[in-house]
Structures are given as C-alpha cells and as structure tokens.
Write a protein that binds this ligand. Structure first.
Ligand code: ADP
Ligand code: ADP
Length: 205
C-alpha cells in the first residue's frame, strides 16, 4: 500500500504519543515536521534559523519552507510506500501541495478540547536519548531517566496559547477539507492514552 496516513489534531492532542504504535502496525515511517524543524535548528542550518523565530513564539513556519522540507523527505527511499505524517499538513496550501506529492488514504483526527491542552503541553517532558514523550502527571518517567528529561522551549503557557490560536484559524479548517474527501476519521483524544490507541487501532484494520 503506497498510501500515507495523516495524524491530525491540536498541539498536545497526543499525535507523537500515538505515532509509535501506528508505525509499528503499518511499517510506515513517522514524518514529523516539528521534529525535522527542531533537528534543523540544533544543526544550525539556515532553514533551522529561519524557522526558529516562528517556533519560539508558537506561530506557523511559512508554507514554502515546510513544503520544501516535505518534498525532500518524500524523495527518500523509505517514503516510497507512504509515511505517517505527524503535524503536517497544518494549512490548506500545505494540504494542496501534499496532494501533488503523495496519496493520503486516511486522516486520523485526535480531538481534545482546548481546556485540556495547556495542562498537557506545560507538563510535557522529552527524553533526549530515546525520544520518548512523558508527562509530569499523566505519564511520569521512570526514576532512572528523570534527571535527563528536557522541556521544549515553546512548551510554555504563552506560546501554547499562540499555537492554539494558529490551530483554530489556520489548521482546523483542514478537518472539513479532508472530511469532504471522505477520508477523515475522528477519535476521542480526551481519554487515557491506551483507550485512544485502541480507537486508532480499529481504524487501521
Ligand atoms: P502532540 O504530538 O499532539 O503535540 P504529544 O503526544 O506530545 O502531543 O502529547 C502532549 C502531552 O500530553 C505529552 O506530555 C503526553 O505525555 C501527554 N498525553 C498524550 N496523550 C495523552 C492522553 N490521552 N491523556 C493525557 N495526557 C496525554
Ligand atoms: P505541537 O506539539 O504543537 O504539535 P510540533 O512539534 O508539531 O508541535 O511543532 C512545533 C512548531 O514547529 C510549531 O509551533 C510551528 O512553529 C512549527 N511547525 C511544525 N510543523 C509545522 C507545519 N506543518 N507548518 C508550519 N509550522 C510547523
């Protein structure tokens, strides 16, 4: 099956958390534009530096930057049978560009109300060695890794409010766009992680 899957939802919906099991079930590699941008930033590339000013405050990076990044990624060998997009597309122009590059068969929308988002984002912690995503309350890290956990610079209340505004104005219209194409499936993201995973696995059968 050479089709791609899109994981869709607001910041903190649980896209990264759920991606691991979807990758295991489908064999499709995860393509996270957020991770790619952070890697470019760490490497100090021109693209990373350009993206930094938007990411820090929680605004969307310009479409042409993101579309270029995705076009390069989809040329790689491991993308030939489709990928799992996480955090992309985030605007209608990005979705239109994607339609030219790859075929999308399923969009999984993880629905979480705004009131839950800030608490999720502010409590998020990452293990830089394994990429594992933890939460101070909802998924505490084992004691042996706690000392090395990091918090993303944009995981503060001010930036997350900007990200939520960007989500509602620029990204959420994509739900209707994909719904009209008949490929949007929604899951309730406002329940324990294992229950979200169970709903998603039903969609992959
Ligand atoms: P996204 O990739 O959509 O931004 P993440 O997967 O990074 O979201 O999750 C954001 C934060 O919320 C993380 O700290 C994660 O541990 C936590 N989280 C994810 N899913 C749930 C859930 N179903 N219930 C409670 N917390 C969750
Ligand atoms: P989240 O936890 O909010 O889902 P991501 O890791 O997906 O965070 O994205 C972090 C930041 O990277 C965003 O706030 C935005 O600045 C930028 N970004 C990531 N993906 C995109 C995209 N597809 N379009 C525009 N900006 C993006």
């Amino acid at each position: 099956m050479s089709e791609s899957i899109v994981l869709f939802g607001p910041p903190g919906a649980g896209k990264g958390t759920q991606a691991e099991a979807i990758v295991a079930a489908t064999g499709k590699p995860q393509v996270s534009t957020g991770d790619m941008l952070r890697a470019a930033l760490t490497a100090g590339t021109v693209l990373g530096l350009e993206a930094k000013k938007y990411m820090e405050v929680g605004e969307l990076v310009p479409d042409e930057v993101i579309i270029g990044l995705i076009a390069d990624r989809m040329n790689q060998q491991d993308a030939r049978d489709g990928v799992l997009f996480d955090g992309f597309p985030r605007t209608i122009p990005q979705a239109e560009a994607l339609a030219e590059i790859a075929s999308v068969s399923l969009v999984i929308s993880i629905e979480v109300p705004d009131e839950s988002i800030v608490e999720r984002i502010v409590g998020r912690r990452m293990d830089p060695d394994t990429g594992e995503i933890y939460h101070v309350n909802f998924r505490p890290a084992p004691s042996e890794v706690v000392g090395r956990l990091i918090q993303r610079k944009d995981d503060n209340e001010e930036a997350v409010r900007t990200r939520l505004t960007a989500y509602h104005s620029q990204t959420s219209p994509l739900a209707d766009w994909y719904s009209e194409k008949g490929i949007l499936k929604t899951v309730n993201g406002n329940q324990p992680m294992d229950d979200v995973a169970a709903e998603i696995s039903q969609l992959l059968l």
